[in-house]
Design a protein around this ligand. Structure first.
Ligand code: SF4
Ligand code: SF4
Length: 410
């Protein structure tokens, strides 16, 4: 009972303050301030739980707000501290006591209503299609936002549907909000590559945003409300729920504890990242695409879902492609959901290290592959701002391209 009242704070108990996590923390590397490190934030969260710090303490709120929630500190921790659970608990308590700041509330409200984000992304697609994003993209604040939009452009077009025998069961594609609004081409690639590997793909109606943005910002009620709608839309519809956005996949895999029902736990257990399903199928080898590719691991795929090998396996199915891992490939790029909107300076400071690693690679890669919309937009905009020729793509886009070159599509 005592542990239930403590919620996610219990996951912080194993911390012995050794500090092994400090060099893995992008915000600590950016500021050098112990309070911006996992160890420092754990001390703050413990003080919050004990009541030594009040929930409206401005320094407490600042250092927790600046945390990316990337969970890069978890795999390097020898004591197995569940930092992410502690952070969610702390943010939930702060939000319940202080409410959400106006800007956060405004952004999250947009994602609560399908008509609202569909309208917003429709405008975004128009700006992208008219070439405005490309013309304006650059290093300044507006240029960076335009670069983020430009980075959502498909890396190759013009496919026809695949036709292959269904041998591995039915999967329901989770469409999400940003993915549906700006990355429909990745949904297309997901569908075709899965079909080529023996899956039948369906797309149930009435899905909504997964609620990951809400959960990370401390709006657990908002995340639960969206989770309940998705549960009704997806449960019992297919053998697996397939997700091509690392952030959405991580949230759906944690739907059991979030909603606290047996049905939610079942849906969570059937959720897979697209690379997991493709890797389970082989995947079928494709033809060369003639590009040099580096892989960057989304935090919510590698740290939150523990999925890494599978994404590399998908890329290795492309003839002649051996994806490189640059220094810091497993470190956050600074996107972190709506973090870039709420903490633009820190977000850009964290991104800088990523862009530097790409710019210093020898040779500089043609493409950076990564399986999360936020990372694609953040890294893509950073590359444009730095004037580098490298572009970004989702791993399944590249496999799709390779399958087209192999003549698998009609
Ligand atoms: S979180 Fe883990 S690695 Fe970091 S100080 Fe605590 S025990 Fe050490
Ligand atoms: S979640 Fe990321 S930013 Fe936050 S403390 Fe851990 S490593 Fe640092």
């Amino acid at each position: 009972m005592a542990d239930l009242a403590r919620g996610g704070f219990a996951a912080l108990d194993p911390c012995v303050h050794c500090g092994f996590c400090l060099p893995a923390c992008p915000t600590y590397l950016a500021t050098g301030d112990e309070s911006d490190s996992p160890r420092g934030r754990i001390l703050l969260m413990r003080a919050l739980e004990r009541g030594d710090l009040a929930p409206d303490d401005p320094a407490l709120a600042h250092h927790l707000d600046v945390c990316l929630g990337c969970r890069g500190c978890e795999p390097v921790c020898p004591s197995g501290v569940g930092y992410g659970h502690g952070l969610e608990e702390a943010r939930d308590r702060l939000v319940r006591r202080n409410g959400l700041p106006f800007r956060t509330r405004a952004v999250l409200r947009l994602f609560r209503h399908r008509w609202a984000w569909r309208t917003a992304f429709g405008i975004g697609r128009w700006i992208r299609g008219a070439g405005v994003a490309r013309a304006v993209a650059g290093p300044g604040r507006i240029g960076f936002l335009a670069g983020m939009l430009e980075a959502t452009r498909p890396s190759s077009d013009g496919h026809q549907p695949a036709s292959a025998a269904v041998t591995r069961g039915t999967v329901a594609l989770f469409r999400g909000c940003v993915m549906e609004g700006l990355f429909d081409h990745v949904h297309g690639a997901t569908r075709r590559t899965l079909e080529t590997n023996g899956y039948r793909v369906i797309e149930p109606e009435s899905q909504v945003c997964c609620g990951a943005l809400h959960a990370h910002a401390g709006d657990r009620e908002g995340a639960r409300a969206l989770g309940r709608v998705n549960l009704v839309a997806l449960i019992g519809r297919a053998d697996y729920i397939v997700v091509n956005s690392a952030g959405c996949g991580a949230l759906l895999k944690e739907l059991g504890p979030l909603l606290g029902t047996e049905e939610a736990a079942r849906l969570a257990a059937s959720t897979r990242d697209v690379t997991e399903l493709l890797a389970a199928a082989g995947p079928r080898p494709g033809a060369a695409i003639g590009k040099d590719v580096c892989y960057d691991a989304p935090c919510h795929l590698q740290h939150a879902q523990g999925v890494h090998r599978e994404a590399l396996q998908v890329l290795r199915a492309i003839e002649g492609l051996s994806p490189r891992l640059l220094p810091g490939f497993d470190r956050c790029c600074g996107a972190a959901g709506i973090y870039g909107v709420l903490q633009p300076e820190m977000s850009r400071a964290v991104l800088e290290a990523k862009i530097l690693a790409i710019a210093s690679a020898d040779p500089v890669p043609d493409l950076v592959a990564t399986g999360n919309p936020g990372c694609l937009m953040q890294i893509g905009a950073g590359l444009i701002a730095a004037g580098l020729p490298t572009t970004v793509a989702h791993p399944v886009e590249l496999l799709d391209w390779s399958y087209r070159n192999a003549g698998f599509y009609r």
